[in-house]
Design a protein around this ligand. Structure first.
Ligand code: NAD
Length: 499
């Protein structure tokens, strides 16, 4: 029987009351295993009110005590890693090892958050003027909200609430309706770690819930990760309602392959980064750009057998390279993009459409696909596919290859494979993309650096986690102080200067 999921408000599981729910699938079997409640505006407001009530106490809790909750939460994540990974895998479809990676990447943000007191210390200048001291402090904003996508149900909520809460804010998370169980469990563990009720609330829902968060005057800041059309809407609507907004969107990540690159390693990297997690990663490498005909021909020759022999299996199969897609709709969307590529004249060398896993014909599986001779006028180059499909776009020169990611509407990640330090350095400096890998296929910055793309991959100007995250979740107040010295100067009608 399908489970009835809940919200997590003020430290307790709360049943949905709107009467609206959505099915959550086990993508291996296609069965509905749970129903997510879709919150009404009033239910979301209950979550916001709980976080607003918790804010003054949490903001006044000293930073080291806040950090201790993070330390304990990290320990609980480690202790519950297997349970979290299995839960994640059973709703998302990524294989268990990759699901553990999802939790681990979030845990690393919590590790970073343990040290946030150091970044929140502020600055002090003694004797900034006659008898004057000046200091600045980074204060929390208040109630912050996060709206997260289906593809990293552990890591992305922790990117957001880990940093926000360590800085003294309280948080309302609205996870993806497709795989909400892990974020709900994270909230329970966070309470167990010692966070007071209301510091982290989870409300499930769809557009109605999101719009309530975007417009409620008690919400100070919105973090969003998802597709670009929605990211742009979130940015515009949140900003119009006076909120700070960081909204990360879609991607099309290119790999430039220079003639001097070690092609066997490149192929290993392209296969892992292109097809891992069924391509449902915003940092997936989805376009390979070999430079020169010979590089292109050799690359294709090596890629074909590797894509043909990908092992697509149950998310619980430890031998599987990747599991099912999150929903049938997502799988059909990917198949539709492959149809479009064929119609527009790209060469489909390996066709993953119609793949069925024996005994699991109702699961949401799709095989790996490989296109050659994709050109920039084709939709499969212009748009994000978000599935296990690699497109090869051939370039005659390094300059032509380097222009492709720079010209693209998205600018999340990019990689260059070469032994030529000069080419790599110049590429990293000039490319119009936010995260660059040099012989590294998935250049996701570690927790103490910051994650964020450019162009239509991110709206707003502050990245996730690292020092950028601390800046996003705090506001600076600067105090200029002079204690009475007995010297009487009289009134001055001139702006104070240090002349
Ligand atoms: P999505 O945009 O469909 O959903 C993201 C969130 O927005 C969900 O919580 C969803 O409930 C909500 N939402 C959906 N439609 C809405 C609407 N009309 N109004 C208000 N809210 C709405 O994205 P998804 O399919 O869950 O995730 C995949 C996308 O996320 C891909 O485009 C991927 O590239 C992107 N992504 C980007 C990053 C990044 O950091 N740049 C990271 C991970 C995923």
């Amino acid at each position: 029987m399908a489970k009835e999921l809940h919200h997590f408000i003020n430290g307790a599981k709360v049943a949905g009351t709107s009467g609206r729910t959505l099915g959550v699938f086990n993508p291996n079997t296609g069965e509905v295993t749970a129903h997510t409640p879709l919150a009404s505006a009033d239910e979301v407001r209950a979550g916001i009110a709980s976080s607003a009530a918790a804010f003054p106490g949490w903001a006044a809790t000293n930073p080291q005590r806040r950090a201790r909750v993070m330390f304990e939460f990290k320990r609980l994540l480690e202790d519950n890693m297997d349970e979290l990974a299995e839960m994640l895998s059973s709703e998302h479809g990524k294989v268990i090892a990759d699901s553990k990676g999802d939790v681990q990447r979030g845990l690393e943000v919590i590790e970073f958050a343990c040290g946030i007191p150091h970044l929140q210390k502020g600055e002090f200048t003694e004797g900034a003027g006659p008898d004057i001291d000046m200091y600045s402090m980074r204060q929390p904003l208040g109630v912050c909200a996060g709206i997260t996508p289906f593809n990293f149900p552990a890591m992305i909520p922790m990117w957001m609430f880990g940093v926000a809460i360590a800085c003294g804010n309280t948080f309302v998370c609205k996870p993806s309706e497709k795989d909400p169980s892990v974020p709900l469990r994270l909230a329970e563990l966070f309470m167990e770690a010692g966070a007071p009720a209301g510091v982290l609330n989870v409300v499930n829902g769809d557009k109605e819930a999101v719009d309530t968060l975007l417009t409620d005057p008690q919400v100070e800041a919105i973090s969003f990760v998802g597709s670009s059309t929605i990211a742009e809407y979130i940015y515009a609507t949140g900003a119009a309602h006076g909120k700070r907004v960081q909204a990360m969107g879609g991607a099309k990540n290119h790999a430039i392959i220079m003639p001097d690159a070690d092609l066997d390693r490149v192929v290993d990297d392209l296969i892992g980064a292109g097809y891992g997690s069924a391509g449902e990663r915003c940092m997936a490498l989805s376009v390979a750009v070999p430079v020169g005909k010979e590089t292109g021909d050799r690359l294709i020759e090596k890629l074909i057998p590797r894509v043909e022999s990908l092992k697509v299996g149950l998310s619980t199969d430890t031998d599987a390279d990747y599991g099912p897609m999150v929903t049938a709709e997502q799988r059909d969307k990917v198949a539709g993009w492959i149809d479009r590529g064929v119609e527009q004249g790209a060469d489909l060398l390996v066709d993953g459409r119609g793949f069925e896993l024996q005994g699991y014909e109702d699961g949401f599986f799709i095989g790996g696909s490989l296109f050659d001779n994709v050109t920039p006028d084709m939709d499969i180059w212009k748009e994000e596919i978000f599935g296990p499909v690699l497109s090869v776009v051939r370039a005659d020169t390094f300059e032509e290859a380097a222009e492709l990611p720079s010209a693209h509407q998205y600018g999340n990640g990019v990689a260059i494979f070469t032994r030529d330090g000069d080419a790599a350095r110049s590429f990293a400096s000039k490319v119009n993309v936010g995260m660059v890998g040099i012989n590294v296929p998935i250049p996701v910055p570690l927790a103490y650096h910051s994650f964020g793309g450019w162009k239509r991959s991110a709206f707003g100007d502050t990245n996730q986690h690292g020092t950028e995250g601390v800046k996003f979740y705090t506001k600076v107040k600067t105090v200029t102080s002079r204690w009475p010295t007995g010297v009487k100067e009289g009134s001055s009608f001139v702006i104070p200067t240090m002349k």
